[in-house]
Design a protein around this ligand. Structure first.
Ligand code: SF4
Ligand code: ZN
Length: 710
């Protein structure tokens, strides 16, 4: 037996059982039965990405088996063997898709099964910022279950996205390890073929962010090799089935690290034998050239971006800082250097061990910074990061901002010796490392005293409202320059966001002030100044300066963009947009939907469907990705009439933007309670007729607007 025999044997095994499974499914449901994974516009993603053909019925799936057969070469050459493994991966995708036949829900916790398009898009920004430095694909489990847990935790602590297939899932579950998207450890399924779900993420990343043409498999493999930092850790014993998947992984550019010795080759940088499994973390990082961003923080629990989405349930909580009931706030204040003692952390009031378990307490923290290059404009930029900084602490959950914060500290953290003072340690360490170019000294004061916080909160609120006044007065007209953001070029090589005060980056994470601070912190970095001296058309937001910047930073891929139009040279999208809007031809309005909303819109498309119409840095007039906050901006598709064009949004999104959107509509159109005039899924989901009826019933302003000039 050679490695080739094992790959080809795995291919045969997969081919035969897939054909049998399809035949059995056809016998039950017939050839026209539809096949699809939930919440994706790329069904079936791997097959579609590699061959360019979508599969939507059992009959099409059956016919596709001939294509797969054709990929299963038997040439005993390494590259051919690796390529043929892709065919095995496609069989796995078909087998998994069959599980979802006829509305079945084949997976239950902890198994996650298929990962949706929204899951892929959520990875966009953290992958480009390096907050997720790589993707660890763990297959099987160690002989000693504790070792699997340790390996998964080691990657989690580095911020990696971890997927687990097979026995390892049981090891994590038995050890009581939290899993799921929120903690970035994703158990795919107990069956080995479920590993395809992470391959599917990589393939869709290429389609969504990279603008790779489906079927152009060479470009696809190059994209996954160059831009998706994934690797495989496969515990022995490896069946031929797994070996064939491994070959496919290598074809996509993902090295396989294993302790298997039976009939294996070693191929430098691709197929690596590492018998000492405790070294897998280091070996994998080296094989995939992964560099870690490390901040050393002196706290008794883990600190990693993987914990950012972790939820602390009521029953697991030691204490809760509850800004909705008591006085709480978080604040950054710029001080003179003489007033700040670097790394001084002060806790005024009781420490956590002096407070009864389950208490809701009043707590505030003020981070005072000093630095020659510090500007008060950066205070809010830093403050907005607190959410992420504190959430990255294992066992701590933070929501909200300013004086509406809620923090939960878990019992497990309390038992590990976590103190309020450690919140200060985290804030100190992160501010000093991420803002080192502007912050020379930093001290943190934590106050745990309801009386004192009452007065302090009032003072903080004065600061917040001054800032708000400044933000309100900051319009696209009032500032001297705009900024580029090209952070997403790591995945969307020609995408450029132009960030203005009234139009934040489409990911929702980069405001004009953020971009300004980024430029200050990293002068050669992703945010560069765009002058705005040569305005060509004010209504469209067309500037010669902007066009020049777009040409330069898209490396010639784009000629022009406008800031305010949906139809004339609209801004491009990378793929990680919070929302997407699309033209609704019956009402001559636009429909907006958000990544969180899985349901249909009156366009007959879900978020995933609409999102698949744009992205990868190309312009698609009529569809545009954007941030949530852009919805209530007066500049939202201003060239086409502004936010008064919005005819449909998911209810949740309406609630999030209601207050500001109502204010904008009142100012622009003199309309009260505009958000209520916008239909949502409780009014209609797919039928444009119902939508129209609703709009006339409420007297929606779009009815008085000119038709689009499409
Ligand atoms: Fe990506 Fe644009 Fe957000 Fe920058 S502003 S991170 S380019 S989406
Ligand atoms: Zn992006």
């Amino acid at each position: 037996m050679t490695l080739f025999d094992r790959v080809f044997g795995g291919n045969d095994y997969n081919y035969n059982r897939t054909v049998a499974a399809i035949d059995a499914a056809i016998a039950t449901y017939g050839e026209s039965e539809s096949v699809a994974f939930p919440d994706t516009a790329y069904s079936l993603p791997c097959y579609y990405g590699i061959t360019g053909n979508k599969i939507s019925t059992l009959g099409e799936m059956k016919a596709a088996m001939d294509v797969i057969k054709g990929m299963m070469t038997r040439n005993p050459r390494l590259q051919d063997a690796f390529d043929s493994g892709v065919a095995s991966a496609l069989c796995a995708e078909f087998l998994e898709a069959l599980k979802y036949l006829h509305g079945a829900q084949p997976y239950a916790e902890p198994e996650m099964g298929f990962l949706t398009d929204a899951f892929v898009r959520n990875l966009g920004v953290p992958l480009v910022t390096g907050d997720i430095p790589g993707v660890a694909v763990i297959i099987g489990g160690a002989e000693d279950p504790a070792e699997t847990v340790e390996l998964a935790k080691s990657y989690q602590a580095q911020g990696m996205l971890v997927t687990v297939t097979g026995e390892g899932i049981r090891h994590l579950a038995d050890a009581g390890m939290k899993t799921g998207e929120g903690v970035r450890v994703c158990p795919l399924g107990y069956e080995m073929q479920s590993v395809i779900h992470v391959v599917s993420v990589a393939v869709r990343a290429a389609l969504i962010f990279g603008n790779v043409t489906p079927g152009d498999y060479k470009t696809l493999y190059k994209y996954t090799m160059d831009r998706v930092r994934a690797f495989v850790n496969a515990y022995k014993p490896l069946s031929d089935e797994i070996v064939s998947y491994g070959a496919g992984a290598i074809c996509l550019g993902f090295p396989v690290i294993s302790n298997e010795t039976e009939n294996m080759f070693r191929v430098p940088k691709s197929l690596i034998q590492q018998l000492d499994t405790t070294k897998w973390n280091a070996t994998s990082l080296e094989a995939r050239d992964i560099k870690l961003k490390i901040t050393k923080i002196d706290i008794p629990v883990s600190y990693a971006t993987a914990f950012e989405g972790e939820i602390i349930r009521r029953g697991d909580m030691q204490v809760e800082v509850d800004g909705s009931r008591v006085d709480c706030f978080e604040l950054v204040a710029t001080k003179d250097a003489s007033e700040v003692e670097d790394h001084k952390i002060t806790v005024i009031g009781p420490e956590i061990d002096e407070i009864p378990v389950g208490s809701k307490i009043s707590l505030s923290y003020t981070v005072e910074v000093a630095g020659k290059a510090m500007q008060t404009d950066f205070e809010s930029v830093m403050e907005r990061k607190f959410h992420a900084y504190l959430n990255c602490i294992e066992g701590v959950m933070h929501t909200g901002q300013r004086d509406m914060i809620r923090i939960r500290i878990s019992k497990a953290d309390f038992e590990a010796g976590f103190k309020f003072r450690h919140l200060g340690e985290v804030l100190y360490a992160k501010i000093k490392s991420e803002f080192e170019a502007v912050v020379d000294k930093c001290q943190v004061t934590i106050v745990v005293d309801a009386e004192q916080n009452k007065a302090l909160r009032a003072a903080a609120n004065e600061v917040f409202s001054k800032r708000d006044d400044r933000l309100k007065s900051m319009t696209d007209e009032s500032v001297p320059v705009y900024y580029t953001c090209i952070m997403c070029q790591a995945f969307s090589p020609s995408h450029v966001c132009i960030v203005t005060p009234e139009r934040l980056g489409l990911c929702g994470a980069v405001s004009w002030l953020d971009a300004k601070a980024t430029k200050e912190l990293d002068p050669e970095g992703p945010c560069q100044i765009v002058p705005k001296e040569r305005c060509v058309d004010e209504a469209l937001g067309r500037y010669d300066d902007v066009d020049e910047a777009i040409q330069k930073y898209s490396h010639g891929a784009l000629e022009r963009v406008t800031l305010y139009s949906l139809f004339e040279d609209p801004m491009t999208s990378c793929g990680c947009f919070e929302c997407i809007c699309g033209v609704e031809p019956c009402s001559m309005g636009v429909v907006i939907t958000s990544r969180e909303h899985a349901g249909m819109t009156p366009l007959g498309m879900s978020f995933s469907d609409m999102a698949s119409m744009t992205g990868g840095g190309v312009q698609t007039p009529g569809f545009m990705g954007h941030g949530k906050q852009f919805i209530f901006s007066k500049k939202f598709i201003a060239a086409e009439g502004g936010p008064g064009r919005i005819v449909w949004m998911p209810k949740d999104l309406k609630d999030q933007v209601r207050e500001r959107l109502d204010a904008t509509a009142l100012e622009l159109y003199g309309v009260e309670n505009f958000t209520d005039m916008i239909a949502d899924e409780t009014v209609c989901t797919e039928d444009p007729e119902e939508l129209l009826a609703y709009l006339s019933e409420v007297g929606h302003p779009v009815l008085g607007m000119e038709p689009f000039d499409m």
